[in-house]
Design a protein around this ligand. Structure first.
Ligand SMILES: Cc1ncc(COP(=O)(O)O)c(C=O)c1O
Length: 471
């Protein structure tokens, strides 16, 4: 084997093949399958600039998924890089166990200003899973202190995704999430996915919404409100396929939570920090006031691993009034309130406030309309979305809307063609998810849409030629 590069900056031309081989031999990548676990070579990305990334073959690609829905301010943002470096030189770390720092305190106050009234405290974590984990452990703790230790069930939904730690992963409801993995299933009740496209035949959207709300009401009746601690929902389900729920659904679910003293946790790991044109979408887009809001990803535009949970102040007041002033919330992370992460988040918030939120709102209709036109293609069953997140769902035939069978790997096929043409897609089984950096311009949206159209057309040709689809 050739020499191991001694530094990350060693010339890529010489080391390119070797680096891929090093990853293949030593790197365990997320979400692997047994057949290639610990021995997988994934396409290497060398650099980024704005909405583009450049791969090891030198191809410049539009970053369709913005990494993992996170590079909201775009790649190579000088302001974010500079603030990261200067904060690291000022104070790179302090123990949140015994001390505090300026960026985390200032950021908390600014986030409280964007969150619904009264949701004014923040617990920082290292990402989305740990944010969800924190919200759930806080619910458990609070109910223990309040003398109702049985009020612990968590209600989540089929199709949802909330993370990869044990408790957060137990809430997940996408196909294949639990096929080979253990989970704390005894703590979780799952409701139906609020996907209007896959609603039962013959019922309208309003009736579908009634059905979903009634299902939750029945679960509360069957399990008992005294046994249910929290309901958790992504306002728009992200990796489940950009599921925008029926109008009024979130408000009605929220009302049921309030009536039954069940905490409503809005998982805004994807929808916050501009994806829907606002810092938080719960109140500003859906007019709901959750008790907790989890966030991560776009909070630093992916420049630093940071997440957190916004928590309503009244929940702390209740604890302070309890008879157990000695009860400890035994939960904390070495990197909670990280000064560098919080400094990056403050600068990122400046960028959002001075123009990026307004820009996102201004270009969203064009983005949605351009993608919606792809429904003309016979392979496309539905295009749906909100803000700068959308999903193109492919179907075998548009009468039954059957998803294409898994082994056709249609999403992957489209992605392969698109990469040749200059676009990175996020393939999800039979779906392509688009959530580009929020800095994307109108003409770049047109480029992205044109490439995606071409990629789907080429895939249709392949499927027909291979006799896998009748067209
Ligand atoms: C809605 C939602 N919640 C939680 C998570 C988990 O976040 P992380 O991967 O940062 O732990 C994700 C990740 O995609 C997500 O989409």
């Amino acid at each position: 084997m050739a020499a191991i590069p001694k530094t990350a900056n060693e010339p890529v031309e010489e080391a390119a093949d070797d680096v891929t081989r090093l990853a293949e031999q030593h790197l365990v990548q997320p979400w692997p399958v047994s057949g290639s676990i610990g021995a997988e070579a994934r396409g290497r990305i060398l650099s980024g600039e704005g909405i583009y990334v450049t791969d090891a073959a030198g191809r410049k690609l539009i970053d369709g998924p913005a990494g993992m829905w996170c590079v909201n301010a775009g790649h190579r943002n000088r302001e974010l890089a500079d603030v990261m470096a200067s904060q690291a030189m000022e104070l790179s770390y302090n123990s949140p166990w015994y001390t505090t720092n300026t960026p985390s305190a200032v950021l908390s106050a600014r986030l409280a200003g964007h969150a619904p009234d009264g949701v004014d405290h923040v617990f920082y974590t290292t990402g989305g899973s740990s944010a969800v984990e924190t919200a759930l452990r806080f619910m458990q703790f609070a109910n223990n202190v309040k003398g109702r230790p049985e009020k612990k069930l968590i209600v989540s939904r089929q199709g949802g995704y909330h993370g990869s730690t044990y408790l957060s992963a137990s809430l997940n409801g996408r196909p294949r999430d639990h096929d080979w993995m253990d989970s704390a299933s005894e703590l979780v009740v799952k409701l139906s996915c609020p996907n209007p496209f896959r609603r039962p035949d013959g019922i309208g959207i309003d009736a579908f919404c009634d059905f979903l709300v009634e299902e939750f009401r029945q679960v509360i009746e069957e399990k008992g409100a005294e046994n249910i601690g929290a309901f958790i929902a992504e306002p728009v389900m992200a990796s489940g396929g950009v599921i925008v729920p029926p109008p009024g659904y979130l408000k009605r679910m929220h009302a049921l939570c309030r009536a039954n003293d069940i905490l409503f946790i809005a998982d805004e790991v994807v929808t916050a920090f501009g994806r829907l044109g606002h810092v938080f979408a719960s109140k500003d887009v859906f007019d709901i006031e959750p008790d907790m809001i989890t966030f991560a990803k776009g909070v630093t535009s992916g420049y630093f691993p940071l997440g957190g949970v916004m928590i309503a102040g009244r929940l702390f007041e209740e604890l302070r009034r309890s008879n157990h002033s000695e009860a400890m919330f035994a939960h904390g992370l070495t990197y909670s309130s990280h000064p560098v992460g919080c400094a990056v988040a403050l600068k990122n918030l400046d960028i959002l406030e001075v123009g990026l939120l307004a820009h996102t709102r201004a270009v969203s209709d064009h983005f949605q309309a351009g993608l919606k036109a792809l429904e003309e293609l016979p392979l496309v069953g539905e295009v749906r979305g909100l803000g700068l997140m959308a999903c193109v769902e492919c179907v075998a035939d548009r009468v039954s809307n059957n998803p294409l069978t898994l082994d056709l790997e249609v999403g992957k096929r489209i992605d392969k063609h698109c990469q040749e043409l200059g676009l990175l897609v996020r393939p999800l089984i039979n779906m392509c998810v688009m959530s580009p950096p929020l800095t994307i311009s109108l003409s770049q949206i047109d480029d992205m849409t044109a490439i995606l159209r071409k990629g789907i057309e080429l895939t249709m040709d392949d499927l027909v030629r291979e006799g896998l689809w009748k067209g």
